[in-house]
Design a protein around this ligand. Structure first.
Ligand SMILES: [Zn+2]
Length: 435
């Protein structure tokens, strides 16, 4: 059914494409005419590196009873992070900025995911790898994929060191490589498509039954073209739009091969890049794709039963995601939708002292339930701290609570735990006292 639908959609989009070429209304930033072909690309011979040891696209594997694929796009502002789970197997693609380390840590902790089959760092930019150390702080990983093994930045060095320690070191994959994730299959479609760091992005597809999810990192048109030229099949139900909706990605030929029903733009409110770009939104609109945006809707969670994909947003399920771009004002939240906000009880860490020196002040800020009593315990070698500032507190209307205390000059250095409890939940954070 999916393939039939895809054929109809192909014809429609080809028509739209032809029309837009005639009208020439897509701006100079679009694909250069030399690389663009209005006739549908026919599946050609696969490159030698491609090992079709998994099922060809036409065979649909039978899924075990009770199997399900969940793809969770985390709202990490102007950055990317997605957690994928299938049959008790887990995979993390990117981890947001450095400041998102705590968020990634607490998501894995809440889901009790202490082992990730795979961590994928799509490319070396901070907004993709910055928060991955938080993942390695809570979980170990069987495999860590990255397009490079060295990159000149502190953020990369921290990430690479953690991956070495807890993630089996860095592995550079090749197009055509496949990895199992429960009943799902991960296929690498592109990596190091061009020299520019965005274009080194690992592009991969996760196939599950008749449904598929395509992840593009920040790949731009040059890398998209390399993937198109490779002839690997690109069809997917859900597309993670490349480079936060920049107009340098998501070209018409690439979009036409993917033919997604849904797309996700991971983007921060009021970002200085003007993402997502109107041109990109326009191309998605032309392709009749239903678009979700993390800036308007928070976390976006897709569930697939192998035939159908459903989407659930944290807020504003029906937001006008393709409407006029209003980059500087936060989207208005309807009061009635506010009450639908995450129903599950949870504690999220907003600030946390990973490392504190003796005589320094440490601060923990959490996001929990509104107007709820929370307690904090700071464990040292000598036992729980009785420092001032660590008394029980009631969260404010937005659910935030903050504690600040001074670490004594005679506190033994070492790595200890901080426990925060309240609203039926408990969160444990590691922290290190240095001399
Ligand atoms: Zn990025």
């Amino acid at each position: 059914m999916y393939h039939k639908q895809k054929t109809i959609r192909s014809v429609l989009l080809a028509a739209v494409l032809a029309l837009s070429l005639l009208l020439g209304g897509c701006g100079v930033d679009d694909v250069s005419p030399t690389t663009q072909s209005a006739s549908p690309t026919v599946q050609t011979t696969l490159p030698e590196t491609y090992q079709p040891d998994t099922q060809p696209e036409t065979t649909v594997p039978t899924l075990p009873q009770g199997s399900e694929l969940q793809v969770r796009f985390l709202d990490v502002g102007q950055a990317d992070a997605a957690l994928i789970s299938c049959d008790g197997h887990h995979m993390l693609i990117d981890g947001g900025n450095r400041g998102d380390s705590n968020l990634i840590y607490s998501v894995l902790q809440r889901e009790e995911i202490s082992y990730l089959d795979m961590v994928v760092a799509t490319h070396a930019h901070e907004d993709h790898i910055g928060g991955l150390p938080g993942a390695f702080q809570y979980a170990s990983a069987g495999l860590t994929l990255c397009p490079v093994t060295a990159y000149d930045s502190d953020v990369f060095e921290t990430f690479a060191a953690k991956a070495q320690e807890r993630g089996g070191g860095l592995t550079v994959p090749q197009p055509g490589d496949t990895y199992p994730l429960g009943s799902a299959t991960v296929t690498i479609l592109g990596v190091n498509g061009a020299e520019d760091t965005n274009n080194t992005s690992i592009v991969l597809r996760i196939d599950y039954g008749e449904t598929a999810f395509l992840f593009t990192g920040d790949a731009e048109r040059e890398a998209e073209q390399v993937i198109l030229d490779s002839g690997l099949p690109l069809g997917a139900t859900v597309l993670k739009v490349g480079h936060h909706g920049s107009d340098t990605s998501t070209t018409y030929p690439f979009l036409r091969e993917i033919m997604p029903q849904y797309a996700v733009i991971s983007v921060g409110t009021g970002n200085s890049y003007g993402h997502p770009c109107e041109d990109t939104l326009s191309r998605l609109r032309d392709a009749d794709v239903k678009v979700f945006r993390t800036d308007m809707q928070g976390d976006i969670v897709f569930t697939s039963d192998g035939k159908t994909v459903t989407a659930q947003t944290q807020r504003n399920q029906n937001a006008d995601t393709l409407g006029p771009v209003t980059p500087t004002e936060p989207p208005e939240t309807q009061p009635e939708e506010e009450t639908q906000a995450p129903s599950q009880e949870e504690i999220r860490v907003l600030a946390w002292p990973e490392t504190v020196g003796q005589n320094e002040t440490a601060t923990v800020t959490i996001q929990g339930l509104p107007n709820t009593l929370y307690s904090i315990t700071v464990h040292y070698k000598s036992g729980p701290s009785s420092a001032q500032g660590l008394e029980d507190k009631t969260s404010d209307n937005s659910g935030q609570v903050s504690w600040s205390w001074k670490v004594g000059g005679r506190t033994s250095p070492g790595t200890f735990n901080i426990t925060v409890s309240g609203g039926g939940e408990t969160l444990t954070l590691p922290f290190t006292v240095t001399e």
